[in-house]
Design a protein around this ligand. Structure first.
Ligand code: HEM
Length: 427
């Protein structure tokens, strides 16, 4: 039996999803129960599961080889990340790349970046406006982008850093735009020749970024070493094109996601003064707060697998060729995994091992490779901001969740007003 789902035509389901993604999933969950099918125009049907137990069963397909996370992402991402990216590979090539990417991003390794992250944050915070509202998410993105450029790409030259701050957001924006990401491959040649086409602009930006990255790779091969991730990947024996693809992969997967996680952290905390008061110096509590924020406001809403064999989930059988994945915001409200799921309670992460249903970074073998770096960034940046500034929300109403590529971001980008703290509190 197939999981239930709406009878609305796929084009209507797609339009509804684009207009109000969280609303659609919550409605289908209410109507059809913990497992349901969504049909998007032009794609195979996707089955969403909403309990921790069902999500684990889906992640198990990473182990038996029937679930393909790479294939589920390839069509949207390969033009950006290239053909040698852990995001879009599966099987043996994925395994080979993942083994090279894991070591430099382990908790112990990234802990060495703590002071650099704090220094980057401190410098950027200096330039924030005081006493008038601004969008915090953009400021977070400047910080997380600088972290990628300096600590992952290992680029420190001020001129190049500045140029990359212009190029990389433009590359991601044009590369993620529908007209480019959804352009069928057979039309790439024609689109590239149309003057001023979005695809042509994307190709020009990509060429300029690639030239900078290849030059950096050449330079670093001549002078090996360094503590940045680029240096470690070169030592691990990846080829130039493979290293370029993995650098762009970390940029795409790691900078907007972390910035959005931080934006949600501030959006939530500014509406919970009793929790904010206990921050930021109690490190275990800060860590628990970050994890609880990612539970109640997971940034990435799904982690789909393209199935190459039928998947049995309880009384249902999902056919090969369909997608299956958790809808993470609802898994995080599964009362079997999180008692009193509606309450913001960081303590749940201090009272022993957190629930196995916590999956802001996905799960199975494809679990986010950058999770430890992201958590460290969130703790350090929260701390730097809270030490320097007193933030308030100009409007106390919670910000809605708005779909932004594969993330759910605060609709108003986390509007805040910053005031300088008294010198006694500053570090
Ligand atoms: C708060 C920030 C972040 C969130 C919420 C997040 C979330 C995720 C999720 C949900 C997945 C999919 C996992 C799955 O399919 O089961 C993923 C994969 C991935 N993430 Fe992250 N991520 C974050 C930060 C980062 C950072 C900082 C990096 C790199 C520096 C990174 C690199 C990657 C890569 C390379 C993958 C693909 C892994 C694979 O398929 O083997 N992410 N992330």
């Amino acid at each position: 039996m197939l999981p239930p789902g709406s009878k609305l035509p796929p084009i209507v389901q797609t339009a509804w999803f684009m207009a109000d993604a969280p609303g659609v999933f919550e409605r289908f969950h209410r109507e059809y129960g913990p497992i349901f099918t969504v049909r998007y125009a032009g794609f195979p049907p996707e089955v969403y599961v909403t309990t921790a137990e069902l999500a684990e069963q889906v992640y198990r397909t990473d182990h038996n080889g029937h679930g393909h996370a790479g294939a589920a992402r390839r069509d949207f991402m390969e033009h950006l990340v290239g053909a040698h990216s852990v995001l879009t590979l599966d099987g043996e090539p994925w395994e080979r790349h993942r083994k090279k990417l894991n070591p430099p991003l382990r908790a112990k390794q990234v802990a060495g970046y703590r002071d650099d992250i704090a220094a980057i944050a401190a410098e950027k915070i200096e330039s924030w406006p005081l006493d008038r509202p601004f969008a915090l998410r953009d400021r977070m993105q400047e910080i997380t982008l600088e972290i990628i450029i300096r600590l992952i790409f290992g680029i420190g030259d001020a001129g190049r850093v500045r140029r990359l701050h212009e190029l990389l957001p433009a590359l991601i924006e044009t590369g993620g735009a529908m007209q480019v990401a959804m352009l069928p491959e057979r039309l790439h040649g024609i689109a590239a020749r149309v003057p001023f086409s979005p695809y042509g602009r994307f190709l020009r930006l990509r060429a300029e970024v690639d030239a900078m990255l290849f030059e950096e790779i050449r330079r670093r091969r001549a002078a090996p070493g360094g503590t940045d991730v680029l240096g470690r990947l070169l030592e691990a024996g990846l080829g130039d094109q493979e290293v370029r693809d993995e650098l762009i992969t970390m940029l795409i997967a790691g900078h907007e996601t972390t910035a959005t996680g931080l934006a949600w952290a501030f959006e939530r905390l500014l509406r919970m003064p009793e929790i904010l008061r206990r921050l930021p110096d109690d490190e275990p509590y800060l860590d628990a707060v970050v994890k609880e924020v990612l539970r109640v406001r997971p940034v990435v809403y799904e982690a789909p697998r393209l199935l190459s064999a039928p998947l049995r989930l309880g009384e249902y059988e999902i056919p090969a060729g369909w997608y299956a994945g958790p809808y993470i915001p609802l898994v995080h409200r599964d009362p079997a995994a999180f008692p009193t799921p509606g309450q913001f309670r960081p303590e749940r992460f201090l009272e022993g091992h957190p629930s196995r249903g916590w999956m802001p970074f996905g799960g199975g073998r494809r679990f986010c490779v950058g999770a430890q770096l992201a958590l460290l960034e969130m703790r350090v940046i929260l701390r730097e901001v809270l030490h320097r500034l007193e933030l308030t929300a100009p409007d106390q109403a919670p910000e809605a969740r708005r779909l932004k590529n594969v993330t759910l971001a605060p609709a108003k980008q986390t509007r805040v007003i910053a005031r300088a703290r008294t010198p006694a509190r500053a570090t």
